[in-house]
Structure formats: structure tokens, C-alpha cells
Design a protein around this ligand. Structure first.
Ligand code: PEP
Ligand code: MG
Length: 756
């Protein structure tokens, strides 16, 4: 990208004159395309407008056949224009007819044109049209030409939607068109409410600077106000749930003081844009760069920059604080819609109880998903282009059971949703009633059901589910929730709080499991080809003894006079266990020497998450107090299928002969060595999978809160002795697929699978 704006002031002045002219809308558009074609030295310039039935209609052209106007329509995704609309991204092509997406429309007479440049016309984050330029000869459009066309598109948004504002865009008719989208379940459950946009895009109120000098003064004034407001933030005592946010704000302040940023904004104003339009333009550029950057750290910084743009726009609009209440949509439940959302941002909404959350990005927002789970808010993520499909106030159904989202649902869907919600709440009430019942099979085999947790928020589930304790406490969440490392006392406080809430029930603290998808940008800047197989988990912790020992110290101190269960994640070798155990011993010795009360009882375990470690157990024998199997990671390594890539992760079932034979073998080895064993991956929370685990000998399962009711219901209907022998026989057969045969057994044995 070049360093300065290239939109000549002359073009801005001419565009402003065209916009202000007292002429009919079609003539105005015609003048615009002629002006743009002239300025961009294009042989063609065309404008396509999004219609209410979600197509793109050619509404003005200079260079293509005039007969094609209002006669040429393209679907979203169809042809180059449709691609631009779908992805909301510019597209520049040297030789368009050779592009695989090129769609030839004879009525337009576009055969002789080769070079093609198109940009989306966006309004309020939504694609309302497409603006294109074409040239007869093959050529490459320069970055500044693309930028110029984007600026023009920004100005055009008003008249493109203005022509039809009664019937489309954010208008009432659009509100009637239902859209169904699919995503990934981040927290299950059902939610219905009106859309509330997180960080709503404030559209620029005016595009042209009537008096550029005055406009520059407005901009400079807003920049000054921005600095003052950030200083105010810095000066304030900001507690923050997850530690000290001061560093973040410092970094933010640094970005805000970047002279390059301010200078580019001023150049925009000098070229004839209004202050708002100049910021809006910058924001689009930041967003475009953001889309192309994969590095987590850089993405965070670009997100901050975009946030600054928004803050500045709000100052110009007269309200500089983050608008957390938004326009009033009454008392109706709200569904929070965001492109991405940091966990702290979600917590910033405080007591606000969202009916559901929908996110465009899945992995960057997974930490928010963790918080959402802690809060029990149904959440669906990974929906590309989500923000171009919704408007504030739209009714939306979030189906966190199926992973679908229904925007502006029709009556039929709303009725069906009502039915499902009724069923779900009946089911939940039934699970709640089971809370106090023993967790044992019909033939009186006790199965210990424990909770997976990782936030203070999860602790409420201990009582609501009747869990026997916390089988996995993911300590790294505290690290992920803050941009700075939690201090010793923050960690002690959290662990103490967890032990208090457990009130004597066992808690298994898993030591920091960072790396892989749980990235801390400031700690790990390694660029890894395969992060899941890389510098993560115990490997990372052992290489960071300062960080690791501080955590072990916090655990020892928090457990003063109480039982402490600690387990190390993702071990591959015996030495890793011994090294980690030795560090823990150092901390125990240190605490004792310093006069702190030691834990009353200590158990040190290992998570079995790599196949190699299963074969190391023999060597470890009595050194380890317990084993907990992390099936999420174990299965990804067992199948060589990345758990974060749904297209492969969902391909190899948990319920399969190889997995069950392996888990049975591990259980037998542990029994022989006298090592207690349990399972704590998410899989243990699915009744059918839990059934298999119980059948191959596991008696202790730890799972997300939502799994405890359904699994308990299942096992209380199970005659384990009778089922086990049939299951063994099925496991030893070669066909049918284990899953199919298993379902037959479930029916013959009358086992209650919650969802069956
Ligand atoms: C697992 O891998 O199964 C596990 C429990 O750990 P995490 O999901 O946190 O990696
Ligand atoms: Mg794991």
C-alpha cells in the first residue's frame, strides 16, 4: 500500500458536484460512472446494486451496452462481480476472461475487455453493491488505483442504497428475508433474540469536506480528544477480572500516537474527504489487512488500530465512550453478534445476559467461547460473512445444538424453535432432578462423574450438576484471559477460590497447557508449521521454569492444609514427568522452608494425551499417582487428524474399534500397575462415548457441565454386566462398524441415550 492517499481533490470536488446536482437518480449514476471511467482511465465503469432478492443488478455503466442496464443480474458468488460481493473484498485481474469465475453475459458486450478491477460498495458493513472498472488491454491495477476505487465506492454507498432505501439494504423489506447459516458449535443450547452488534460500524455521516481546513481542524480536535480519553483510561484504577490491563492500554496509546496514522488521516481530509470518511477509509484498510494476516500478534495490533478508528468516529459523532448499551431495542433478549470477540470484551458486558452469541471467526474467538461456556450462553462461531447478513435489531435464532443460525426466521421456524426450546427445558429439568441421585449403573457399579472447568464462572456448575468434583481444571485460561502473565497472588487467589467452591470435593489442577491453539502472543513468537505438534504444553512449561515454578508455588500455597491434586499435560516421555515432578518438589521444599503450611495430601498425576506415553507407563510405575486421559489431544495424535480442522477432525469417530481397543489396553496396563485412571476429554460428556468408556473399564469421567446430566441418565439405565459382555463380543468382531452395532445393543439393552 502506498503511503498517501491518491484520490485527487479534483475528483472529490467533481463527485461532490454530481451528488449535489438536482437530477434524477439514474442520470446521477450515469454521470458518476462516466466521471470514474475518465479519472481511472478505464474503458468501462459499472455499478451493480444488491437487490432485495439478493442478486446484483447492473444499474449504470459507461462502456458496456446501455441495453444491459437493469437487464443484467448476477447471483452472489456468480462471476467476478458476484465473487466480490460474496467476499466483500476487492478483486483485480489482469485478464478477466481467463479467470475461472468469469461469467460471460452477451447482452453486456464485454468481450473485448481484459483487465478488471472491482470493489464492494459497503454500507454499515454490508455489501450493497459492486463498482467495477475494465480496460481493453491486459494490465495490472496499482494499489493506489484500488484504494481510489474503494474511496469512490464508499461515497457511492449512499446513492446506491438511497435509490432503494425503502426496499432493501437496512430497509423493512430486507428485514423479512430469512437467511440460514451454518457454523460451529462453541457452546450448546438454544437462543432467540434481537441482534445487538458488538462494536457497531458507525457509517460516515457525510463524505465530502465542504471546507477542508475546517475539516482538518475537526479531525485534529478529535485526535486530541482521543489522546485525552486514553490518558484518562490509563490514569484510572482499572481492576480487570483477569489481571492488569495497563500494558494493553499503554500499547494502545502508542498506536494512537503513531504520527503515520494521524498523517494519513489528515491527507484524506486534505484530498477532499470529510474527517469521518477519511477515518472510515482507514478503517477499511485496516480491516482488509487484518483479513490477510495470520500472525496472532499482528492481528491483535490491527484489531487495536481498527478499534482506534472506531473510537475516533465515535468522538466525532459526539460520544466517545464505548457504546455498550446501543440503540434501544426494548427489553427483548439480545443476541450478541461480533466478527471476533475477546474474552474480556465479553465480560465487559457485565451483568448483561445474552440469549446467545454468534461469531464470524472461530479460532481467534475460541477464548471468548470458553467464557461463553462458563456463562452458559449458546454460541455458534465460524460463520464467514456473517456481518454482511445481519442488521441491528433483526430477530435471530441460534441453534447451538445443530450449529445453525436463522436470521429473520419465518413463522414456521419460530414455531418449531418454540417446540424445541420446550423440549430442551423439559430435558434440562429432568437432568436437574437427577442431580442428587447416585451416579451408578442398574447393577450398582459406581461411576464418578466430574466437571471440566477453567474459570471462576464454571464453579457454579459444581452444585447445579451435582458433579463429584473437578476432574480437570484448565489453569491456562487465567493466562489467556489477560495480556500480562497472572501474578503469583492472582494465581493463589484463583486456586484458593476453586478449592473453596469445591468444598472438600476433589479438584485436579492441570498445570499450564499453553501453545497449540492456546497462544500467548507475547510468550511464544515461534512460527510453527504444526503448532499442535510443536512447542506447547509441558514442553513449553519445562522450557519456561520461571513461569512454571511460579504456578507450582501458587498451587502449593493455595492448598495449604488441604488436598492437592496436580497433573501435567501432554507428556511424551517419562523424563518430562520426572522433570516436572522435581520442580514441584522444589516448590514444596521452598514453601516448607519459608514456613508456609503444606498441602495435607499431595497426588501428582500425568495426562495421557500422546500414544507414546501409553507405552511409557511401564517405566513410570509407582512414580505417578494417577493418569487422566485427555482424549481431545490423544485422538488427534492417534488419528493424525488436527482437532481444530473440522473437515478432518470429524472424520475419525471416537466410537471405533481402534480407539476402544487402545483405551482398553491403557486401562488394563494401569490396572496391572495399580495406577488409578480416568478420562477428561470432552468426549466423555457424550452419552454414547461415555457408554463405550465405561464398557472398556473406565469408572471416572470428567466432562463439560452440559454432559453430566445426559451421561448420568444413560448410566442409570445401564445393566453394565450384561451390556459389557455383548460389547466385548462386538469389539472382537470385524463388522459391522462399531457405531452401528453399538446402537443396536443400546436398543436391545434399553439404554437411555439422552438424544436418542
Ligand atoms: C484433552 O486434550 O483432552 C484435554 C482435556 O485437554 P485440552 O482440551 O485442554 O487440550
Ligand atoms: Mg489436551
Amino acid at each position: 500500500m502506498p503511503d498517501n492517499f491518491s484520490i485527487p481533490r479534483l475528483l472529490m470536488n467533481r463527485l461532490r458536484a454530481v451528488m449535489a446536482a438536482d437530477i434524477d437518480p439514474d442520470s446521477r449514476l450515469q454521470r458518476v460512472v462516466r466521471l470514474v471511467a475518465d479519472t481511472m482511465v478505464g474503458d468501462v465503469c459499472s455499478i451493480y446494486r444488491r437487490t432485495e432478492d439478493h442478486r446484483l443488478e447492473l444499474i449504470a455503466t459507461e462502456g458496456l451496452s446501455p441495453e444491459a442496464v437493469h437487464r443484467t443480474f448476477l447471483g452472489f458468488g456468480e462471476g467476478l462481480v458476484g465473487q466480490i460481493a460474496t467476499h466483500a473484498q476487492p478483486l483485480s485481474i489482469q485478464d478477466a476472461p481467463r479467470h475461472p469465475s468469469f461469467s460471460y453475459r452477451p447482452e453486456t458486450g464485454e468481450d473485448p475487455y481484459h483487465a478488471f478491477l472491482g470493489v464492494p460498495i459497503l454500507r454499515g458493513g454490508q455489501v450493497v453493491g459492486v463498482l467495477t472498472v475494465q480496460n481493453r488491454t491486459e494490465r495490472t491495477y496499482e494499489d493506489d488505483e484500488i484504494e481510489s476505487l474503494q474511496t469512490i465506492a464508499m461515497v457511492l454507498a449512499e446513492i446506491v442504497t438511497g435509490r432503494s432505501s425503502a426496499t432493501e439494504g437496512n430497509g423493512p423489506e430486507r428485514a423479512g428475508r430469512p437467511v440460514n447459516l451454518r457454523g460451529r458449535i462453541l457452546c450448546d443450547g438454544l437462543g432467540l433474540g434481537r441482534v445487538r452488534l458488538h462494536d457497531p460500524v458507525i457509517p460516515a455521516a457525510k463524505f465530502f469536506a465542504v471546507d477542508p481546513d475546517l475539516e482538518e481542524r475537526r479531525l485534529v480536535g478529535a485526535l486530541e480528544e482521543l489522546h485525552i480519553s486514553i490518558d484518562r483510561l490509563l490514569a484510572a484504577e482499572i481492576g480487570g477480572l483477569w489481571g492488569e490491563p495497563r500494558d494493553v492500554i499503554e500499547a494502545y496509546k502508542l498506536l494512537a500516537s503513531d504520527p503515520g496514522w494521524a498523517e494519513r488521516l489528515r491527507e484524506g481530509v486534505r484530498s477532499g474527504l470529510s474527517a469521518e470518511a477519511s477515518i472510515d477509509r482507514m478503517r477499511r484498510e485496516h480491516r482488509a489487512r487484518f483479513e490477510n494476516v495470520r500472525d496472532t500478534y499482528l492481528r491483535e495490533r490491527l484489531h487495536d488500530l481498527e478499534d482506534l478508528d472506531n473510537r475516533l468516529l465515535r468522538i466525532l459523532a459526539g460520544h466517545d465512550e464505548q457504546d455498550t448499551t446501543g440503540p434501544d431495542i426494548g427489553d427483548e433478549p439480545e443476541v450478541l453478534v461480533a466478527r471476533r470477540l475477546g474474552p474480556a470484551e465479553l465480560l465487559d458486558y457485565g451483568q448483561k445476559n445474552f440469549a446467545a452469541i454468534i461469531l464470524e471467526e472461530v479460532s481467534a474467538s475460541s477464548h471468548a467461547a470458553i467464557v461463553a461456556r462458563g456463562l452458559g450462553i449458546p454460541t455458534v462461531g465460524g460463520i464467514e460473512g456473517l456481518l454482511t447478513q445481519v442488521s441491528r435489531g433483526d430477530t435471530v435464532i441460534v441453534d447451538g445444538e445443530e450449529g445453525s443460525v436463522h436470521i429473520r426466521p419465518d413463522e414456521g421456524l419460530l414455531r418449531a424453535f418454540g417446540e424445541r426450546r420446550k423440549l430442551l427445558s423439559e430435558r434440562q429439568a429432568a437432568f436437574l432432578a437427577l442431580r442428587g441421585e447416585p451416579s451408578e449403573t442398574l447393577d450398582h457399579v459406581d461411576i464418578r462423574l466430574m466437571l471440566n472447568a477453567g474459570l471462576g464462572l464454571d464453579l457454579d456448575h459444581l452444585n447445579s450438576t451435582g458433579a463429584a468434583g473437578i476432574g480437570l481444571f484448565r489453569t491456562e485460561f487465567q493466562f489467556l484471559m489477560s495480556d500480562t502473565l497472572p501474578r503469583l497472588h492472582d494465581q493463589i487467589d484463583l486456586y484458593r477460590n476453586v478449592l473453596d467452591s469445591a468444598d472438600g470435593r476433589p479438584v485436579y489442577f492441570r498445570t499450564v497447557d499453553l501453545g497449540g491453539d492456546k497462544l500467548l502472543p507475547n510468550l511464544n513468537d515461534l512460527r510453527e508449521e504444526n503448532p499442535a505438534l510443536g512447542w506447547r504444553s509441558i514442553r513449553f512449561a519445562l522450557d519456561r521454569p520461571g513461569l512454571f515454578r511460579r504456578q507450582l508455588r501458587a498451587l502449593v500455597r493455595a492448598a495449604a492444609g488441604r488436598s492437592l491434586n496436580v497433573m501435567f499435560p501432554m507428556l511424551t516421555t517419562v523424563h518430562e514427568f520426572r522433570d516436572a515432578r522435581a520442580l514441584l518438589q522444589k516448590e514444596l521444599d521452598w514453601s516448607a522452608a519459608a514456613g508456609f503450611v503444606p498441602p495435607s495430601d499431595l497426588k501428582v498425576g500425568a495426562m495421557l494425551e500422546t500414544p507414546a506415553f501409553a507405552y511409557a507407563l511401564e517405566d513410570l510405575g509407582g512414580e505417578v499417582d494417577f493418569i487422566s486421559i485427555g482424549t481431545n489431544d490423544l485422538l488427534q495424535f492417534f488419528h493424525a487428524a488436527d482437532r481444530m480442522t473440522p473437515v478432518v477432525a470429524d472424520r475419525y469417530p471416537f466410537v471405533s474399534r481402534p480407539v476402544m481397543r487402545f483405551l482398553k489396553q491403557v486401562r488394563q496396563t494401569c490396572d496391572r500397575l495399580g495406577i488409578p485412571i480416568s478420562v477428561c476429554g470432552e468426549g466423555a460428556g457424550h452419552p454414547l462415548q461415555a457408554l463405550c468408556l465405561i464398557a472398556v473399564g473406565y469408572r471416572s469421567l470428567s466432562m463439560p457441565a452440559g454432559g453430566i446430566g445426559p451421561v448420568k441418565r444413560m448410566l442409570r439405565s445401564l445393566d453394565l454386566g450384561a451390556f459389557q459382555s455383548d460389547f466385548e463380543a462386538l469389539l472382537n468382531q470385524t463388522s459391522p462398524r462399531l457405531g452401528n452395532g453399538l446402537l443396536e445393543l443400546v436398543v436391545t439393552h434399553g439404554i437411555k441415550l439422552a438424544d436418542a
